[in-house]
Design a protein around this ligand. Structure first.
Ligand code: GLV
Length: 319
């Protein structure tokens, strides 16, 4: 039987070309999320779905597609999908780990460095015409080398971020519910500590955890008040891991020194309190957005979908 798939949003030609020619493909080339009504209607007779994080694949959507066998998310995070609802119906859910690890770690570092050394402010100042002479006390920032990096969520991306810290001669602490094995800890020179110790001792706190009920608002007012007043928070995981209203107060009232954020609680909305602040660097959820990595993610999602529809095990099922 001809397999029918829905590609819910824009996907590069290189990835779509892998779809076997006898598949019937409904492709929505837009980067705007479909309305729920459209999504449900277009998914109803499909065997496979390839989607981005902008597609909310909830219980209703899944229930409306009785023949669905696979949901292939083009992302490592999968909080846009009701995975238990899919599993109850025997639907396989896949994500795109590994291929984006290094690119995302690079970007977390870009945010960290930009926030520490005030790169965005410096760029704005240099362009503005205000720069009339070299100034001794212009745009002083924080050192990165030799400081303590605290990694919350010590999975693939957290470890890749930690590995980069060696080049800066940093001490690395991590917090995760599961300890890493000793060779991994040694490899990246990291020590596991409890949550409060990490917050209290780190100069930079970087978030790399999945969004779950346990991690929602993990960084709340209490956590922010525990951090050093000189600390910088980096979030390239999921927005709701941080209580954004509390973060606005922390940055405004100098409980912490700064932040670098790629993700937000209610994307694409950004808490209005963040926008005027100079001590926060903001990015529109682009940590994995290098050309090579986005292509690799798209290709892996298509391969996952085809594998399942071809009766094979998924390459990267969600854990
Ligand atoms: C991006 O946010 C991803 O989860 O891959």
């Amino acid at each position: 039987m001809t397999k029918k798939i829905l590609i819910a949003n824009e996907l590069p030609d290189e990835a779509r070309m892998i779809v076997p020619s006898d598949y019937q493909v409904d492709y929505n080339p837009s980067d705007v999320p479909m309305s729920k009504a459209d999504f449900v209607a277009r998914l109803a007779d499909r065997d496979g779905l390839i989607c981005h994080i902008i597609s909310t694949v909830d219980d209703d959507v899944i229930a409306a597609a009785p023949g669905l066998e696979v949901i292939a998310n083009v992302a490592v995070g999968f909080n846009n999908i009701d995975v238990p609802a899919a599993r109850r119906r025997g639907i396989v859910v896949t994500n795109t780990p590994d291929v984006l690890t290094e690119t995302t770690a690079d970007f977390a570092w870009a945010l960290l460095m930009a926030a520490a050394r005030r790169i965005v402010e410096a760029d704005q100042y240099a362009r503005s015409g205000q720069w009339s002479a070299w100034k001794w006390n212009l745009l002083w920032g924080a050192d990165v080398h030799g400081k303590t990096l605290g990694v919350i969520g010590f999975g693939r991306i957290g470890r890749a971020v930690a590995r980069r810290a060696q080049g800066f001669g940093m001490r690395v602490l991590y917090y995760d519910t599961t300890p890493a094995d000793l060779p991994t800890e040694r490899d990246v020179h990291a020590s596991r500590v409890d949550f409060d110790t990490l917050l209290r001792d780190s100069d930079f706190v970087t978030l790399h955890t999945l969004l779950s009920p346990e991690t929602r608002h993990l960084i709340n007012e209490t956590a922010l008040r525990e951090m050093k007043r000189t600390a910088i928070l980096v979030n390239a995981s999921r927005g709701p891991v941080v209580d954004e209203a509390a973060l606005v107060r922390a940055l405004t009232e100098s409980w912490i020194a700064g932040a670098g954020l790629d993700v937000f609680e209610d994307e694409p909305k950004i808490h209005p309190g963040l926008l005027p602040l100079k001590n926060v660097v903001l990015a529109p959820h682009i940590a994995s957005a290098s050309r090579d990595t986005r292509l690799a993610m798209a290709t892996l999602a298509v391969r996952n979908c085809i594998a399942v529809l071809g009766g094979k095990p998924p390459i990267t099922p969600v854990p």
